[in-house]
Design a protein around this ligand. Structure first.
Ligand code: HEC
Length: 239
């Protein structure tokens, strides 16, 4: 009887763990391997985002001047490289395309990307952007392995080239049929920088918060030693 009581919770834990892992890997996402502490990568990501995404997608929770100070950009760099859709540095990133029109053109308005990395993970976005393939029957000319039937066109085809689907259902995979301007490695870096920027905007305060957290822990450790020494001093005559 007793052994049942110990084994049952253990079995439940194992089941919960394995189903959770399967749920997470259900769509076999690729690893983005991005590093939100890498400022150079974030700078490239910001440029990629403004050039290739902000035409359709907004990022309404982040301001240009915050990006500039977090990413070590001067005012001139900000104006020249990022502020295509805005007049003032304190503005948030609006899509150049009005979302009512976009909904009409694409059937679905492109979602705001401020919190997308937190909602879906950088691995998801990285895999999504890599998984467009030619599908003549689709209105955009492409479909996507990660989000089947998506109304987003393959906006990066010039860089990546065109992919086609090979193989039967269950064993299908994508192959490059026409190379683009970038090699596979260059395109991977382009995507890694882009999703890195999306992770940064989903929590711009993250790096500052971590740095503060370390200082707080160091203070607590120091205070623990102090409190211990004090306790020893106070109780030394009693013990
Ligand atoms: C030509 C317009 C256009 C451009 C440019 C564009 N997108 Fe999209 N995007 C869309 C539309 C439309 C949707 C909605 C698709 C859907 O839900 O089927 C979408 C959806 C998405 C989604 C959500 C996918 C999901 O699972 O719901 C992500 C992430 C995304 N885009 C990222 C990007 C990134 C990153 C870029 C820049 C490299 C970009 N998009 C450029 C039109 C665009």
């Amino acid at each position: 009887m007793n052994s049942y009581k110990t084994i049952f919770p253990l079995v439940m834990i194992v089941i919960l763990f394995t189903t959770n892992i399967f749920a997470a890997t259900g769509k076999s996402l690729q690893n983005a391997n991005n590093d939100p502490q890498d400022i150079k990568s974030l700078q490239s990501g910001a440029r990629n985002f403004m050039n290739y995404c902000s035409g359709c997608h907004s990022a309404e929770y982040v301001r240009y001047n915050v990006i500039a100070s977090d990413l070590d950009l001067s005012d001139a760099q900000l104006q020249e490289n990022l502020m295509f859709n805005a007049q003032q540095p304190f503005e948030t990133i609006n899509a150049s395309m009005p979302s009512m029109d976009a909904a009409g053109w694409f059937g679905q308005a492109p979602p705001d990307l401020s919190l997308m990395a937190r909602a879906k993970s950088t691995d998801y976005i990285y895999s999504f952007l890599k998984s467009f393939y030619i599908d003549q029957s689709s209105p955009t000319g492409v479909d996507n392995l990660i989000l089947a039937g998506t109304s987003m066109p393959n906006v990066l085809w010039e860089l990546q080239g065109h992919q086609v689907m090979i193989g039967e259902q269950g064993s299908e995979h994508l192959e490059l049929s026409n190379p683009g301007k970038m090699s596979e490695e260059e395109f991977d870096i382009f995507l890694r920088d882009t999703v890195n920027f999306l992770e940064y905007i989903s929590e711009p305060i993250r790096n500052a918060r971590r740095a503060l957290g370390i200082k707080v822990l160091m203070f607590l450790a120091f205070f623990l030693i102090l409190a211990y020494l004090l306790k020893k001093e106070i109780w030394k005559d009693v013990n």
